[in-house]
Design a protein around this ligand. Structure first.
Ligand SMILES: Nc1ncnc2c1ncn2[C@@H]1O[C@H](COP(=O)(O)OP(=O)(O)OP(=O)(O)O)[C@@H](O)[C@H]1O
Ligand SMILES: [Mg+2]
Length: 383
């Protein structure tokens, strides 16, 4: 493996210690081809809830600590993660659907890392995705030189996962054309992939090894899941991934992820909790169309996702780290919110102003300092 720095580590590298620990911690039976038991896989994804886990007495594994707390990663219902893991244990396809920025991709990566130790077998669905990208292609130089041979075959991530009994991720599956999606139907039902060009040889059929499964994601804002063929839908268990229900958990997540992002660039994280709380509260009010107090809020058409709350918190943290003392981070918040809101529809800016004239003003009137300050910054939005 190259030692060059990377912006993003795959989950199995970023959490290698946790994965090795969990494999030793829970030595119960695992489904064929799995690295972890289903229970350990769920613990990996959701974290150990602050508990420090210990290896069974007498068990030591070189390079693996005897005790470890598993960090929280995906924030959501444990039951959802359990169902997802059970689906995969039954070698059924798993389809994660939801609004943008609800961590569908993150969850699929974590699950793949937990189950097969490799989250990097990925096909990105786009309007231009071809069947070859789901099946196989050819190295044309070799194909011309020596005709079709196993050596000239370029396997897709799907084919590789079938051979190794791993998990392949298909991102944004509904963006693929229906006839391309249908390539998955036969793979998921027959569990084999024919290579007619190699007929008569060993390579003519690739059989899925135990453990092979597909995790697909689909975004509800894209061309709908309804456009998936009924045959393909039947081969997946659907799980709807929603926004984070609890304010405190969302604030904690945003803080955690912003801290991680700043650590990566060696910048100290010094955002006040009041700033984070105001930021996450504004996102949640605008997302839900109703404030925490129950006041109605006109929702912008753009999605106010947690993913974007994380990126705003990171920007505020970076501004504070690189331009310390210039401006207080709170004063930058309205401008960042405007940037998030204005993406899809220009009239969303007016809706944000409406939020200021409604909920923000009313909170300011009750005397809360943060909200008084935000109210004073109204001009930023009224450009
Ligand atoms: N429930 C959650 N738990 C943990 N992180 C979350 C959660 N919701 C959002 N996030 C944050 O959102 C980021 C992006 O999520 P991700 O890209 O996986 O979303 P997505 O649902 O795949 O979005 P898209 O539909 O745009 O592809 C995550 O890295 C994380 O910072
Ligand atoms: Mg995604």
């Amino acid at each position: 493996m190259s030692s060059a720095a990377r912006q993003v580590e795959p989950a199995e590298d970023a959490f290698a210690e946790e994965l090795a620990f969990l494999a030793a911690h829970d030595d119960g039976p695992r489904p064929p081809g799995w690295r972890l038991t289903p229970r350990a896989a769920v613990t990996f994804v959701t974290g150990s809830g602050g508990d420090t886990l210990a290896l069974p007495s007498g068990v030591t594994v070189p390079g693996v600590p005897a005790r470890l707390a598993i960090g929280p990663k995906f924030v959501g219902e444990r039951a959802l993660v359990e169902r997802a893991v059970v689906t995969l244990a039954g070698e059924r396809g798993l389809l994660l659907v939801g609004e943008p920025g609800t961590a569908k991709s993150m969850l699929s990566e974590l699950l793949a890392a937990a189950v097969s130790g490799d989250s990097q077998l990925v096909v990105q669905g786009t309007a231009g995705t071809t069947e070859d990208q789901l099946r196989y292609g050819w190295n044309y130089a070799l194909l011309l030189a020596e005709g079709p041979s196993p050596r000239a075959l370029v396997p897709s991530p799907v084919m590789t996962a079938m051979r190794t009994g791993g998990v392949v991720r298909v991102e944004e599956v509904t963006r693929c054309l229906p006839e391309v999606q249908d390539a998955l139907v036969s793979i998921l039902s027959d569990r084999r992939l024919a290579v007619p060009e190699l007929s008569g040889t060993d390579g003519a059929t690739v059989h899925a090894a135990p453990g092979f499964t597909v995790i697909a994601t689909a975004n509800l804002r894209d061309r709908g899941v309804s456009e998936m063929s009924a045959a393909l839908k039947r081969r997946f268990n659907f799980e709807a991934v929603g926004p984070i229900g609890d304010l405190a958990r969302e604030i904690a997540l945003v803080r955690r992820q912003a801290v991680t992002a700043l650590e990566r660039v060696n910048a100290p994280f010094a955002l006040d909790d009041v700033v984070l709380e105001a930021l996450v509260t504004a996102f949640r009010d605008l997302r839900a169309g109703v404030s925490v107090e129950g006041w109605s809020v006109e929702r912008p058409s753009t999605v106010m996702s947690t993913a974007e709350a994380v990126s705003v918190a990171t920007s505020l943290g970076l501004a504070d780290a690189y331009f310390p003392g210039d401006r207080d981070p709170l004063s930058l918040l309205p401008g960042h919110l405007l940037g998030v809101v204005r993406k899809d529809d220009p009239s969303d800016a007016a809706r944000l102003l409406g939020y200021w004239d409604g909920a923000v003003r009313r909170r300011a009137e009750t005397g809360a300092r943060t909200w008084r300050r935000l109210w004073e910054l109204r001009d930023v939005l009224d450009g």
